[in-house]
Design a protein around this ligand. Structure first.
Ligand SMILES: Nc1nc2c(ncn2[C@@H]2O[C@H](COP(=O)(O)OP(=O)(O)O)[C@@H](O)[C@H]2O)c(=O)[nH]1
Ligand SMILES: [Mg+2]
Length: 407
């Protein structure tokens, strides 16, 4: 391994490294043992494997602090959406209540009952809510942390689990401070950050951040950073699933998504090559346009540049939808765009990838269909176009958020 090898490796060998030698060998094995049908079965199973990794997140805090609202925002839902958690109701949660992410049934938020009720006394609280099952605890307040919040954080820390302190309703604070004292958004944010930091320092938490958010503005304040850090602090094997599930975009999340999707390309292309392809009209390379279009739709959804997400972005940017969409490289990604990539790709580059494939059996399947190398190259180019668009949108949103007061 190491850099000296990778420096001189042909591109296809680097692909295999990225694919991971072990995974590639599993494909080889699948084909040897059950031929094409077994290989296709494995490809189908692997392509959406990330949806089978369980992530459980506990949400705690007093009534009215915004737990249900947070649960909805995290899931990309508004209070009025179907399946949203009921907001503003003064109910007491009697049992941990599970809310699944719409993009992934295995990523769940759990609205936990309050600490110290008759059914959940402090002494047995963690056992009763089955603390072992949670990957992390979100401790939410809309003002100061309560004694119970602090108690829970200490317990969770002792149990070597992760927790995140969250302060909601920032828009309200910013608005009030603006009206009452003429303070700017950044002044209010700084003030509250200092106050919250002091609160947790007094309670002897070291280097513990308090995330300031507003549940109605999931692209503002520390909301994106919170999602980013929740993923960073999760066990390694769960990070990819979380990154692909969440639609929040930060530079770090864009990179995580890109890495995961590049790996996916190698499997998709293998399926495409194994399936045999019909040459594209006008292109010298044989690629399966339907497969490519389907993947591009996934990229657009992942990077928030599908129509649905762009509508939301346009409204945050206070711009017309057509304007935002028209400014994107992939705004009109169609068969024509793929065709363009296919025709401009150097055939030699694809041929190199095909012949240099290291595994003997898979290598021969892939060599049989020239489409492997071309599919990989085209998908990578399209992926990077989507990444560039995501970065542009993100930059615009950041600028907008920093200059504007809540509306
Ligand atoms: N402005 C603003 N209002 C919020 C926020 N979070 C919750 N709310 C409102 O606060 C009330 C209580 O929220 P809810 O999510 O039901 O709190 P829960 O009792 O902790 O589940 C509702 O009227 C919400 O609309 C926030 O971040 N900003
Ligand atoms: Mg609630």
């Amino acid at each position: 391994m190491g850099t000296s090898r990778s420096k001189h490796m042909p591109q296809a060998l680097k692909d295999i490294d990225e694919f991971d030698q072990k995974t590639a060998a599993e494909y080889e094995e699948a084909f040897k043992s059950g031929g094409m049908s077994q290989l296709n079965k494995k490809i189908d199973a692997d392509i959406d494997k990330w949806r089978n990794i369980p992530v459980n997140i506990a949400v705690t805090g007093n009534s009215g602090v915004g737990k249900s609202s947070f649960i909805n925002s995290f899931r990309g839902l508004k209070a009025m959406s179907k399946d949203a958690a009921a907001v503003g109701v003064n109910e007491t949660t009697l049992e941990p209540t599970k809310y699944m992410h719409p993009n992934n049934n295995n990523i769940a938020l759990w609205d936990l009952p309050g600490i110290g009720t008759e059914k959940f006394p402090k002494e047995t609280y963690l056992e009763k809510v089955d603390f072992e099952k949670y990957d992390c605890f979100l401790i939410i307040t809309a003002n100061r942390f309560t004694e119970n919040d602090i108690w829970l954080a200490k317990e969770v820390q002792n149990l070597k689990k992760k927790f995140f302190f969250i302060r909601t309703k920032m828009n309200t604070e910013v608005e009030n401070n603006q009206n009452d004292y003429g303070k700017s958004k950044s002044e209010t944010v700084k003030e509250i950050q200092e106050d919250m930091t002091q609160q947790v320092t007094e309670k002897r938490f070291e280097n513990v951040k308090v995330y300031l958010i507003d549940n109605r503005s999931d692209q503002d304040y520390d909301f994106p950073k919170l999602i980013e850090d929740m993923i960073k602090e999760a066990p390694k094997w769960k990070q990819e699933a979380m990154a692909l599930t969440m639609t929040t975009l930060t530079e770090d999340l864009i990179n995580r998504k890109r890495r995961a999707l590049r790996k996916r390309i190698l499997i998709v292309a293998l399926g495409s090559a194994a399936g045999g392809t019909v040459p594209m009209p006008g292109a010298s390379l044989a690629v399966d346009t339907a497969i490519i279009m389907k993947e591009v739709d996934i990229y657009k959804q992942q990077f928030g540049i599908n129509d649905e997400s762009l509508k939301k972005t346009a409204s945050s940017l206070k711009q017309a939808f057509d304007n935002v969409k028209g400014g994107l490289r992939t705004g009109g990604a169609t068969v024509a765009m793929i065709s363009h990539f296919a025709t401009t790709l150097a055939a030699s580059e694809c041929a190199e990838k095909v012949t240099a494939f290291v595994l003997p059996v898979l290598g021969s399947i892939i060599a049989a269909g020239i489409s492997y190398g071309s599919t990989v190259s085209i998908l990578r180019s399209l992926l990077d176009e989507c990444v560039s668009d995501a970065r542009d949108i993100n930059k615009q949103l950041k600028i907008k958020m920093s200059e504007s007061n809540p509306s």
